[in-house]
Design a protein around this ligand. Structure first.
Ligand code: AMP
Length: 506
């Protein structure tokens, strides 16, 4: 989306940003602000609270990082007292925001720290001790560090709650409320959410003062076209257990052979299938890697790097990668499994066809997937063109499936999410959201941050009889081998660097 589609054409220099920030924007190659940037930046610079209904792909990260850089340019951070705080639901999103500060703050000397699970606590404490202007954190790790006395939040001037509906989805809202209660009342608070379910509205009412409400519609009308195809498989002739999976693997190889992708993401719903499909592709001589949430962070980073730089052509992955990859020249996406959440289909196929290029996305399905396919087709508002299994898919270039579900579908999932607080969340155990000093439970918190939800059984129960797919399972453990959460909208350079301390100067 560009500013030209926005009422009242604006350039970056109309927004009140400093010359140094404008230079960094020019270096990034942006010619004009996106609608959320055009609307939000002047208000953030004025110190107004923002309630932004926008999702990844709209340029929302820059809508808060750019003005924050200017706001924080004057002043100095004291030891253990960050001057701003950005909460993100996942480590990868946090890393992505850290990267945005590197990009846009390149002509400034702001210091930043990233507090995310999986990084060394004492290294993080050392960085906090030196004083940071920008603190980007996942809620659990932040509370952990606060409880250990490494952190004071009295000096926070700008507080960002990003991806609020995903925080809700992952059971982090009580943590967010606790954190908000530790902050000084005089501050700017910016809340972003792709959807505005009642729980997020309540959060906004509670923590935002006279906010400027900004809603941006679907991202990027400049998105490339994506050719979609659905390969419907019949019953396998062989009735042995696992025969249908074998048939799907054969179909996948056929598709790959017919399509000759430059590179491709191959999505499976379960981690164990990621492993199986990965092994199978390798056995058949295909150059494949795998990525899912059970893998160590360092291995994930290496895998992403080798895929991004073209060392491996195929990456078999869970939905963990769906929202996290921004590889401009990704030629193909294959859904080895039909996603059980319609929005995941949109995010998966949105990994290809980026930046005006053609992309191709193919889904392998069996008759058991029909109800999920119906939900997907309802979400994207059209049928996925059916392919003939024996012939290479014909290009049926369709309007882009975009990076987000249509507005009317967006509402329902999050409203359901709200009705079902994540197991282990404080909503379930009566935890107070207002406590100034949270209870001491750092270990559980760390675990929760990495494996936020323990079971999706209630969701499955709830979904029974409704014809709707069960809710997504955020637990990425082998026991509960359900689909996993997405990341952010691209692979930050940060993830490609040496794990180190995860901190540095912007
Ligand atoms: P976000 O919605 O923050 O995840 O941003 C999505 C992508 O848009 C990122 O890769 C940004 O680098 C890019 N982006 C942000 N602002 C602009 C802009 N004004 N013009 C072009 N690209 C942008």
């Amino acid at each position: 989306m560009t500013a030209t589609e926005h009422p009242g054409y604006m350039t970056f220099s109309d927004l009140g940003l400093s010359e140094d920030v404008l230079r960094a924007i020019a270096d990034a190659g942006y010619s004009e602000p996106t609608p959320i940037q055009a609307e939000a930046i002047p208000y953030v610079l004025m110190g107004r609270d923002i309630c932004g209904c926008a999702q990844t792909g709209t340029g929302k990260t820059a809508s808060f990082t750019l003005p924050m850089i200017d706001i924080l340019a004057a002043g100095r951070a004291k030891a253990r007292m960050p001057r701003s705080l950005i909460l993100e639901p996942t480590r990868e999103l946090a890393a992505q925001v850290a990267e945005a500060f590197d990009t846009y703050g390149k002509h400034h000397k702001l210091s930043k720290a990233l507090l995310i699970g999986g990084e060394n606590l004492s290294d993080q404490a050392k960085v906090l001790n030196r004083g940071v202007d920008v603190l980007i954190a996942t809620p659990g790790r932040l509370i952990d560090m606060f409880e250990r006395g490494h952190l004071l939040l009295n000096d926070v001037k700008v507080f960002v709650i990003d991806e609020s509906d995903r925080m809700l989805d992952m059971g982090f809202i009580p943590d967010v409320e606790r954190i908000a209660a530790m902050l000084p009342p005089l501050r700017t608070t910016l809340l972003f959410s792709a959807t505005m379910p009642p729980a997020i509205r309540k959060l906004a009412e509670r923590f935002l003062m006279n906010p400027k409400e900004i809603t941006v519609a679907r991202p990027s009308t400049t998105a490339a076209t994506i050719t979609q195809g659905l390969l419907m498989l019949g019953r396998p002739k062989d009735r042995k257990p696992g025969a249908d999976q074998k048939m799907k693997r054969e179909a996948l190889r056929k598709l790959i052979k017919a399509e000759q992708p430059r590179n491709a993401l191959i999505f499976c719903n379960r981690k164990r299938d990621v492993d199986i499909v990965h092994r199978s592709l390798c056995r058949h001589g295909l150059d494949a890697a795998r990525l899912h949430g059970d893998m160590a962070q360092s291995v994930r980073m290496e895998t992403l790097a080798s895929f991004k730089n073209g060392e491996v052509k195929y990456m078999v992955c869970s939905d963990v990668a769906a929202r996290g990859l921004d590889i401009p020249e990704m030629s193909h996406v294959f859904n080895f499994d039909v996603p059980t959440h319609a929005e995941d289909y949109v995010h998966r196929i949105g990994r290809t066809g980026r930046a005006g290029r053609e992309g191709r996305a193919f889904t392998i399905a069996t008759s058991e997937d029909r109800k999920y396919l119906r939900a997907i087709e309802h979400t994207i508002g059209k049928p996925i063109p059916l392919m003939d299994g024996d012939t290479p898919p014909k290009p049926v270039v369709d309007e882009p499936a975009v990076d987000e579900p249509a507005a009317d579908e967006k509402k329902a999932p999050s409203e359901n999410k709200e009705a079902r607080p994540a197991k282990g969340s404080d909503e379930n155990n009566g935890g107070s959201s207002d406590t100034q000093r949270p209870k001491r439970e750092p270990r559980q918190r760390r675990q929760r941050e990495e494996k936020p939800r323990q079971s999706n059984e209630p969701a499955k129960e709830a979904a029974k009889g409704t014809g709707r797919p069960p809710k997504r399972d955020d637990n990425d453990t082998p026991k509960n081998d359900g689909p996993v959460k997405g990341l952010g909208d691209h692979v930050p350079a940060f993830l490609m660097r040496d794990p180190g301390t995860g901190t540095g100067s912007a």
